[in-house]
Design a protein around this ligand. Structure first.
Ligand SMILES: NC(=O)c1ccc[n+]([C@@H]2O[C@H](COP(=O)([O-])OP(=O)(O)OC[C@H]3O[C@@H](n4cnc5c(N)ncnc54)[C@H](O)[C@@H]3O)[C@@H](O)[C@H]2O)c1
Length: 261
C-alpha cells in the first residue's frame, strides 16, 4: 500500500529539480500527479516516464488564468484535488543596492504571486474534495538574511507568512485543508548548480559569500531529502501538522559555519 494511495496532486515546477523528485516519489507512493512547468519539453519527458498516473501541463505560475485551467484539468482528469505543491521558484543575485526592480518583480512574481494564486485556486478545489494538503516551497532564505539574494529572501518570506494565513483561515472555516512550508537549503538541483556561477559573478562586484552558500565546501543534499518531507506533509501521517514549517538543511540554519563534508 502506498502512502499517497487515492490522492490527486498538482506539483508546480516539476520538470526538473525538487519538483521532478517530488513527482517521482508521489507516483511511487500511489498518487495521481499533474506536473506543471514552463519547460514543456522536460516536463513532458518526466510525465511520459511516469506513465498513466501522471500528466504534464504547460503552466506559468505567474498567470492566474492558467491556474484556473490547471486546477480544472486536474479535477476533470482525476476527479478531485487532494494535494498542491507550490514548488516553482527562481533566484537572481542582488543586494539591496544592486538588485534591479525587474529582478525583484520577476522573483516575487514566481514565488510570492505564484504561491498566492496556487493557494487561492487550490483551496477552492480542495473544499469540494472534502479537504487537502498544501505544501509551499520556501527556503532557508526566509529564515536568514542572505545579502546576495535580496528579492529571493523577500519572496520566500512572503511564501512562509502566506502559509500561516492560509492554514489559519482554512482551520477557522473547518475546510480540513492543511498548509505548511518546507525550507530547504543546499540541495543538488539545476537551480543550485547555477548558483556558484551567479555567486562568482557577484563576488567580482565585491559581495562576500554567505556562510550557507551551497558550494563545493558544503555537502549538498539530494532532491529526495526534500521529497520525503513533501510526501510526509502530503500524506495523512501529518494530519495534525498545520501552519508550520519543516527545515531540510542539515543544520545550515542553526550554525554560523560550513557543514563538514
Ligand atoms: N535546491 C535548493 O537547495 C533549494 C533551496 C531552497 C529553496 N528551494 C526552492 O525549491 C523550489 C525548487 O527548486 P529547485 O532547486 O528544484 O529549482 P530548479 O531551478 O532546479 O527547478 C525549478 C523549476 O521551476 C520551473 N519554473 C521556473 N519558473 C516557473 C514559472 N514561472 N512557472 C512554472 N514553473 C517555473 C523551472 O522551469 C524548473 O523546472 C524553488 O521554489 C526553490 O526556490 C530550493
Amino acid at each position: 500500500m502506498g502512502r499517497l494511495d487515492n490522492k490527486v496532486a498538482i506539483i508546480t515546477g516539476a520538470a526538473k529539480g525538487l519538483g521532478e523528485a517530488d513527482a517521482r516519489l508521489f507516483v511511487r507512493e500511489g498518487a495521481k500527479v499533474v506536473l506543471t512547468d514552463v519547460d514543456q519539453a522536460a516536463g513532458d519527458a518526466v510525465a511520459r516516464d511516469l506513465g498513466d498516473n501522471a500528466i504534464f501541463l504547460k503552466h506559468d505560475v505567474r498567470n492566474e488564468n492558467e491556474w484556473a485551467d490547471v486546477v480544472g484539468e486536474a479535477v476533470s482528469r482525476f476527479g478531485k484535488l487532494d494535494v498542491l505543491v507550490n514548488n516553482a521558484g527562481v533566484v537572481e543575485v542582488g543586494s539591496i543596492e544592486s538588485q534591479t526592480t525587474d529582478e525583484w518583480r520577476f522573483v516575487n512574481a514566481v514565488s510570492a504571486d505564484g504561491t498566492f494564486f496556487g493557494c487561492k485556486h487550490g483551496v477552492k478545489a480542495m473544499k469540494e474534495s472534502g479537504g487537502g494538503s498544501i505544501i509551499n516551497m520556501a527556503s532557508l532564505a526566509s529564515l536568514q538574511g542572505e545579502a546576495m539574494f535580496t528579492a529571493y529572501c523577500a519572496a520566500k518570506g512572503a511564501v512562509e507568512a502566506l502559509t500561516r494565513a492560509v492554514a489559519v483561515h482554512c482551520a477557522q472555516m473547518k475546510y480540513n485543508i492543511r498548509c505548511n512550508s518546507i525550507h530547504p537549503a543546499g540541495i543538488q538541483t539545476p537551480m543550485v548548480a547555477d548558483v556558484p556561477g551567479k555567486v562568482a559573478k557577484a563576488m567580482e562586484q565585491g559581495f562576500q559569500p554567505p556562510a550557507t552558500q551551497p558550494s563545493g565546501e558544503t555537502r549538498l543534499g539530494e532532491p529526495d531529502d526534500v521529497g520525503n518531507a513533501v510526501v510526509f506533509l502530503a500524506s495523512d501521517e501529518s494530519k495534525f501538522i498545520n501552519g508550520t514549517r519543516i527545515v531540510v538543511d542539515n543544520t545550515m540554519s542553526v550554525t554560523s559555519g560550513f557543514v563538514p563534508a
